[in-house]
Write a protein that binds this ligand. Structure first.
Ligand SMILES: *Cc1c(COP(=O)(O)O)cnc(C)c1O
Length: 312
């Protein structure tokens, strides 16, 4: 694993026209299999598990979860066992994400939606811990206080790499944004782009992760750029994104980082950023998730030159 992910300037006519400087923090390059932010979030959880002599890590996710995928691989690499509590039916066990997780040694336990909804319930968690006493239980998405410390390293790195005004990140469960807010400590503007429909529960979730009362007031989650919901996008969105990828030479996928890009372009058109503003985009990775989307026919594999690592 690299210790410092690179930062690169993105050139695009829209940025020139509005006199904006845009950098990309390439957390997608941290690892070819593990999404960048998932690695940041898992790093201190896995070292905690080893230090405290847990034999494995147990966590939760849907059947296309980048977190489950990353956890299975990272645990195998670090000599830890892993259990995934999966929302959904066994028929998903052979999909792109879960078949790889199994190959990396993860034990998959499928639960119905009702049971999955208990994933933060104290009694349910206590009973899981009792059934698996030697496993560290980590919440869905890996988002806990240990995760915040790992994500915070992004800010430490950026402070060595460049000067900037605003940092943009996609937001799923809020753990990544919370880690950035904590480490940034009111130095920059932090903008989260919600990739799913939500009515402010993400803001609450970030506040909960930060622990109240938080004195950080330099962050905001924008809710109007989800494009229909989680993993939803229309043909026009995909075309705009493919054009942007082609013009810039970077690959952004439509579930997370691509929604951030489309939001950025919309915000620029709306005049959100003053001339001379310096923006950093956090590329959280997630290119593996493209494999599942191509597999499900949601995207055309010919459009996306992504190496699909299918035979590990
Ligand atoms: C999980 C994920 C996110 C969202 O991170 P949260 O900490 O859950 O908000 C963003 N980008 C990618 C690629 C992810 O896999």
């Amino acid at each position: 694993m690299q210790s410092l992910s690179p930062i690169e300037k993105i050139n695009h006519p829209t940025f020139d026209k509005h006199q904006l400087t845009v950098f990309i923090k390439r957390d997608d390059t941290i690892h070819p299999i593990i999404s960048g932010n998932k690695w940041r979030k898992l790093k201190f959880n896995l070292s905690h598990a080893k230090q405290h002599n847990f034999s494995g890590v147990l966590s939760f996710g849907g059947s296309f979860s980048n977190h489950i995928h990353a956890l299975a691989f990272a645990c195998q690499q670090q000599g830890l066992k892993s259990i995934g509590i999966i929302r959904g039916e066994k028929e998903y066990a052979n999909n792109f994400t879960l078949s790889m997780a199994k190959r990396w040694g993860m034990e998959l336990i499928f639960v119905d939606r009702k049971t999955y909804r208990l994933r933060e319930d104290a009694d349910y968690l206590a009973s899981l811990q009792q059934q698996h006493p030697d496993y560290l239980v980590v919440p869905e998405g890996g988002s806990n206080t240990l995760a915040l410390i790992g994500v915070g390293e992004v800010i430490e790195e950026l402070n060595q790499q460049c000067k900037f005004d605003t940092l943009l990140t996609p937001v799923g469960s809020g753990g990544t944004l919370a880690g950035l807010v904590q480490a940034d400590n009111n130095q920059h503007q932090l903008l989260g782009i919600a990739v799913l429909k939500q009515d402010n529960y993400l803001t609450e979730q970030v506040n909960n992760l930060l622990g109240k009362p938080s004195h950080h007031n330099n962050w905001q989650i924008l809710s109007e750029f989800h494009r229909g919901g989680y993993a939803k996008f229309n043909k026009d969105d995909v075309q705009r994104l493919l054009a942007f990828n082609q013009q810039t030479g970077f690959i952004f996928e439509p579930v997370y980082s691509g929604k951030m890009i489309l939001a950025l372009l919309d915000l620029i058109e709306q005049g959100h950023f003053p001339e001379g503003h310096r923006i950093v985009l956090l590329h959280t990775g997630g290119l593996q998730g493209l494999g599942g989307m191509i597999e499900r026919g949601l995207l055309d594999g010919d459009d996306w030159s992504v190496p699909l690592i299918n035979n590990q």
